[in-house]
Design a binder for this molecule. Structure first.
Ligand SMILES: [Zn+2]
Length: 474
């Protein structure tokens, strides 16, 4: 891809370093950014699916605003679908550069895209539209994918170096420090651009804390909770214990819409700890998600980046298994859970109830005031999860009207994103060097609010760009 003739054709006409916001602005999902060097080198960061809104489908099918074949590299921050979900489409449409991520992100992306393909194929058949991509495109996505560990100095291309830090969001999640050290406008020029990906709500049960960034020139940062704060982490474990005990004593069913990646493993680990400390009795807990099972296997295998406590515990025993845990792999087993006696807990995907097995459990259990639904994470606008969590009295599930009588609980301390105060704190570490902060990957109000707070509290130049904007990094 760095054939010199091709390079010449693509030299950035102004000879400047530019950044284009191709997706993930004005929206939490659909992350996609393009850094173009003075020499015309094109580096993409993330290529995610837009999720949740009524026009997500249309948006995902639209052409990219750049030519995929003109891009040299794709850097993948982490394996959530809103950061990886359009990679097979990118490859199908001509991208043949190298993809880089951490080894964990590579392994997790394989199972996430395999699952997404199944859902996308069924979805396209139901709507009678062509699928976003096919199996071949998913397989092709991994042909040129290379893993880089955290904390290695890596030369991406002449004049471009890459250093990966832990963002503490999910296993393998990365912040990319990308440094251009060359010339622009004929003068010597050096700039460090940091792409945060998603920033973890540290401290988390399994991961190391988000690392500090202290010398960025430009920061492209997430803002999911740009306008909200979470409860602290001590409260979250206590609230989880109380929700489980309350359901146990009421002899009810507790359903937990579960994000298969990270949140499920965190909750299994926390329940294990509570049971070990005799703070919870043994109870029947169904893990009803084939995807979560596959992801958990990868967590068992790739645990070298766990934090100290999780590492020490995982040396003693399987931290994701405990007495009372039942695994349901087939859809037949999933249906049979309804016949099992109370009290019981059902953890099933998807985390926002926009598909997956949780939906049939919601239809089964939401109509009874003795049951509880427990939300542990962000619910995107337009999803069934958002409607239920915001207190709708009645929802439509697969054409059936369900009156909601179950108790609705939230523990936002299990959110895997930093809250507003911690995002401010994060930027503060690099306030002295940063020339501009681009606040993205949030709903517009959250991003605007955070940009304003960053200007007021950290005194930094923070902006919320619009989709399609290209800025020159002076
Ligand atoms: Zn994420």
């Amino acid at each position: 891809m760095t054939n010199s003739n091709m390079q010449d054709n693509r030299v950035n006409k102004d000879g400047k370093l530019t950044l284009t916001f191709c997706g993930g602005v004005g929206s939490v999902t659909g992350a996609n950014f393009l850094l173009t060097g003075p020499d015309g080198l094109n580096i993409l960061v993330d290529c995610g699916l837009e999720q949740g809104t009524h026009d997500s489908d249309t948006h995902n099918h639209q052409d990219f605003i750049y030519k995929p074949a003109d891009c040299d590299f794709l850097l993948v921050t982490h394996s959530h679908l809103d950061h990886i979900g359009r990679i097979p489409k990118l490859v199908k449409e001509g991208f043949s550069g190298i993809i880089y991520s951490t080894p964990e992100t590579l392994e997790l992306t394989k199972v996430m895209l395999e699952d997404a393909l199944k859902i996308a194929t069924q979805d396209a058949a139901r709507k009678n539209v062509p699928p976003l991509y096919e199996e071949k495109d998913v397989i092709d996505s991994f042909k040129n994918w290379k893993a880089i560990e955290y904390h290695k100095n890596f030369e991406l291309a002449p004049n471009y170096s890459l250093y990966i830090k832990d963002s503490g969001h999910i296993l393998g999640s990365a912040m990319f420090e990308l440094t251009y050290n060359g010339t622009a406008d004929g003068k010597k020029y050096s700039r460090k651009i940091v792409f945060t990906g998603d920033l973890g709500n540290s401290p988390t049960p399994l991961l190391h804390d988000t690392e500090k960034i202290t010398d960025a020139d430009y920061l492209v940062m997430e803002s999911v909770y740009g306008d909200k704060n979470h409860e602290d982490s001590g409260t979250r474990l206590e609230k989880l214990k109380l929700a489980l005990l309350d359901n146990y004593h009421r002899n009810g069913t507790l359903i937990v819409p579960s994000f298969s990646l990270e949140k499920t493993q965190e909750v299994l680990f926390e329940i294990h700890k509570l049971m070990d400390n005799k703070e919870l009795p043994t109870m029947r807990i169904y893990l009803d998600s084939p995807l979560a099972l596959k992801v958990t296997e990868i967590y068992r295998r790739m645990k070298k980046d766990f934090n100290e406590e999780a590492t020490a515990d995982s040396r003693k025993h399987d931290i994701f298994n405990f007495q009372g845990l039942r695994i349901s792999d087939s859809s037949e087993q999933s249906r049979l859970i309804a016949k099992e006696p109370n009290p019981k807990v059902i953890m099933a995907g998807s985390g926002m109830s926009n598909g997956g097995r949780i939906v049939h459990h919601e239809a089964e259990y939401l109509g009874d005031s003795n049951n509880t639904i427990l939300f542990l994470g962000y619910q995107a606008v337009g999803t069934l999860g958002r409607k239920i969590s915001e207190g709708s009295r009645e929802v439509d599930i697969n054409g059936q009207k369900i009156k909601i009588k179950a108790k609705i609980e939230h523990i936002d301390g299990y959110s895997s994103h930093k809250d507003s105060d911690h995002l401010i704190e994060f930027v503060n570490d690099t306030a002295e060097t940063v020339k501009k902060v681009f606040v993205v990957m949030g709903e517009t109000n959250a991003s605007l609010f955070l940009a304003q707070r960053l200007r007021d509290y950290d005194g930094v130049n923070a902006v919320h760009p619009e989709e399609g904007d290209t800025v020159v990094l002076e």
